[in-house]
Design a protein around this ligand. Structure first.
Ligand SMILES: CCC/C=C/C(=O)SCCNC(=O)CCNC(=O)[C@H](O)C(C)(C)COP(=O)([O-])OP(=O)([O-])OC[C@H]1O[C@@H](n2cnc3c(N)ncnc32)[C@H](O)[C@@H]1OP(=O)([O-])[O-]
Ligand SMILES: NC(=O)C1=CN([C@@H]2O[C@H](COP(=O)(O)OP(=O)(O)OC[C@H]3O[C@@H](n4cnc5c(N)ncnc54)[C@H](OP(=O)(O)O)[C@@H]3O)[C@@H](O)[C@H]2O)C=CC1
Length: 280
């Protein structure tokens, strides 16, 4: 499916949310140049939010901004590498100066490469841990600091992976995301007095650009990932992010919402390919 068709599908899809749900609100979405982050940013924009997307590649952000403009909506695309703390601080300064302090933060930036864990190099391990644990932490802590300083409420949604059963081929990312679950549960309590809610969405296999890094033998088995025998769509994950970010989840904090088509109950994912030992 071409990018234009994908974007139109997101823009025109039915949603149960009312069109002005986020009117007057500002949302910051990391990883907003593609996949789940892009779908969430566009859905938030459809629901009336002022939206800033960030990611490392300005051109990807510009394409989303241009698409929204073609639909009459202004999005802002500010590039940053969110695993660099200084860049996160600078990003918040720019967002506040040019758009306004976000009310909602969606952390969808992240990713990993598939490899048997026994082969991980220290550099590869550090890259993935930094890209998924540090980046999300820097973003959520800065949001909380600014909400504390301005005495404003806020809501954070961290997009992670399903961690309960582990996930062979991506142990580094499972470790990093389990760290985010622990941090989320902990600060849900520390930050409740600040009127901040924080939750995670754990997608199962989702048909996004990010799947391009997986080998053909892993991709061939993707239909076995869940009882629905299909990947989720970025919009299906986006709808869950919006549910947790909005007042629909006003009594939910420190929670992990799994959106995996039942993959925790039945299914297998061998992201670096299935070892012979696990063949019949
Ligand atoms: C349901 C579950 C499915 C989940 C799906 C998704 O999440 S999809 C959606 C998510 N989207 C994505 O996952 C997007 C795709 N993923 C990525 O962009 C990268 O995996 C990244 C997140 C590490 C990029 O971070 P970065 O810019 O820092 O990376 P870098 O390129 O500079 O590499 C740093 C070091 O890592 C090592 N190393 C790297 N690759 C491999 C490899 N193939 N093999 C072995 N090792 C590898 C290597 O040591 C390298 O250093 P070197 O030896 O080169 O000096
Ligand atoms: N697709 C799937 O099956 C699943 C995805 N997830 C998770 O969902 C999240 C979104 O993934 P998805 O949309 O599918 O994949 P994408 O690869 O399409 O999206 C990830 C986005 O994050 C951005 N990004 C990565 N690293 C950084 C960084 N250091 N600083 C700023 N931006 C960064 C990328 O842009 P750029 O490279 O330009 O920086 C990219 O746009 C990820 O955390 C992913 O691991 C979880 C489970 C399943």
């Amino acid at each position: 499916m071409s990018d234009a068709v994908l974007l139109d599908a997101i823009w025109n899809a039915d949603t149960v949310y009312r069109p002005d749900l986020f009117a007057g609100k500002t949302a910051l979405v990391s990883g907003g140049g593609s996949g789940i982050g892009r779908a969430t940013a566009l859905l938030l924009a459809r629901l009336g939010a002022r939206v800033v997307i960030t990611g490392r590649t300005q051109e990807k952000l510009d394409r989303v901004v241009a698409y929204a403009a073609s639909r009459g909506v202004t999005l802002h695309g500010f590039a940053a590498n969110v695993r660099e703390h200084e860049q996160v601080l600078a990003l918040y300064e720019r967002v506040e100066a040019e758009v306004g302090l976000p009310d909602v933060l969606i952390n969808s930036a992240g990713g990993q490469f598939p490899q048997p864990a026994i082969e991980f190099s220290p550099k590869g391990w550090n890259a993935v841990v930094s890209n998924n644990l540090n980046s999300t932490w820097f973003m959520m802590q800065r949001a909380a600091q600014r909400w504390r300083d301005t005495q404003r409420p806020g809501s954070i949604v961290n997009v992670i992976v399903v961690t309960e059963r582990g996930m062979p081929g991506v142990a580094h990312t499972v470790a990093a995301r389990a760290g985010i679950v622990g941090a989320t549960r902990t600060v849900a309590v520390e930050w409740a007095p600040l009127n901040i809610r924080i939750n995670c969405v754990a997608p199962g296999l989702t048909a996004s650009e990010g799947l391009a890094v997986y080998p053909p033998e892993a991709v061939a088995e993707f239909p076995r990932a869940n009882p629905m025998k299909r990947p989720g769509t970025p919009l299906e994950i986006a709808q869950a992010c919006v549910f947790l970010a909005a007042p629909s989840a006003s009594f939910i904090t420190g929670e992990v919402l799994t959106v995996d088509g039942g993959g925790k109950l039945w299914g297998e994912l061998w992201l670096a390919g299935r070892p012979d030992y696990y063949r019949d």
